[in-house]
Write a new protein. Structure first.
Length: 367
């Protein structure tokens, strides 16, 4: 059975295979850390909703500055866990995270970690890793890893898609994370970080399909009621980020956004994240220029297999370069999918819910 998405998210989203990529082959001994949600959570959607986004503060009790070599989210309820994102908790946000999770039961967090300002989202919150259907353990290529400070904690965001529960029965979930890391001191491992490339989604109801929610304004009101007000702001924010009118965007089956890069990095791996209506996704460096290069080209997107791709040759990106993300969608299949066909017809925007959509390219890079 299909399980649905944010952005991860999104997302999304990078599953690094264990193949070697230009790095040191000699690595220090690893330490294994396992951390489980403090209490079992019974997913409950907001009024009129079918999705529950819940964040949990988890402490792996790392006693020295380290480099993560592998990390794996292990869902207890695979049938209705749509995706999970492991966020890094900044020092500034840690007190708020502790207060939000004082009972060990987590807090609602549509749009990101739920920490910081109301304008923060999963696109602006620092990622460590993610899980989606088809994903297993994130294994950094030989010679690479993700930094993790002594005493640092992370926020686990889990998206529960209640439409996908077996027989409609919702059970409690107590998922866990398993992480392997090496001491940072003296290591030659290159440090990885995540770069995100979102694009707006504006899908009008197909010809012949009608309903009150085919009106974009009414659809956004519905989005806010069944997820959060943050979701509507996030949709507008991505339109602004990509140079579109947030109030009167042009509906299209193709989503596109150009992002001008502000610092040098090298892309090691890439992945795509959309929801059930997504068909293709590509990431292109410097489109239309002599230096144009295709970073990722997913010609047949499959929500149930969102594994990432380690590039055969890493791609160097410089400040001033442009990376374009392009997605295509087919809203006509909405009437054919068991998870969506009985839901009201609607104008579809970027959103956190399982019946909404996303266009998100994710890359793992090193400076």
């Amino acid at each position: 059975m299909r399980i649905k998405s944010t952005l991860l998210i999104a997302v999304l989203l990078i599953s690094l295979s264990p193949q070697s990529v230009n790095g040191s082959s000699k690595e220090p001994a690893t330490k294994k850390y396992t951390v489980t949600m403090k209490k079992a959570h019974l997913p409950t959607a907001p009024k009129n909703g079918t999705d529950d986004y819940r964040c949990f503060l988890l402490d792996p009790k790392v006693t020295e500055d380290s480099i993560i070599r592998t990390i794996q989210f292990i869902p207890q309820r695979k049938n209705f866990v749509h995706h999970a994102i492991i966020f890094r908790v900044t020092d500034a946000d840690l007190p708020q995270a502790i207060a939000s999770d004082k009972n060990g039961t987590g807090w609602p967090c549509f749009g990101g970690s739920g920490l910081g300002s109301m304008l923060s989202s999963f696109v602006t919150t620092p990622w460590i890793s993610s899980w989606a259907p088809g994903r297993g353990k994130d294994i950094s290529p030989t010679g690479y890893g993700t930094p993790f400070k002594k005493g640092e904690q992370f926020v686990l965001q889990v998206h529960y898609n209640l439409l996908a529960a077996n027989g409609g029965k919702i059970q409690t979930d107590q998922s866990k994370i398993v992480m392997e890391a090496v001491p940072a001191k003296g290591t030659k491992i290159k440090q990885l970080h995540v770069e995100l490339f979102p694009a707006p989604v504006e899908l009008a109801c197909p010809a012949g399909i009608t309903g009150p929610l085919c009106d974009r304004k009414q659809s956004l009101i519905d989005l806010a009621s069944r997820t959060s007000k943050t979701s509507a702001f996030e949709s507008a924010g991505i339109n602004i980020l990509c140079g579109q009118d947030p109030f009167n965007p042009v509906a299209s089956l193709t989503s596109r956004c150009d992002k001008v890069i502000t610092s040098n990095f090298t892309v090691i791996a890439a992945a795509a994240h959309m929801h059930l209506l997504g068909r293709t996704l590509s990431l292109t460096l410097n489109p239309g220029k002599p230096t144009e290069k295709l970073i990722l080209d997913v010609k047949k997107y499959n929500f149930d297999d969102q594994s990432g791709v380690v590039l055969k040759t890493p791609v160097a990106v410089k400040a001033g370069d442009t990376i374009r993300v392009t997605c295509t969608f087919d809203p006509t299949i909405r009437q054919k999918l068991p998870e969506l066909k009985n839901l009201p017809n609607r104008y579809i925007t970027w959103g956190e819910g399982s019946s909404d959509e996303m266009c998100l390219g994710v890359v793992s890079a090193t400076k």
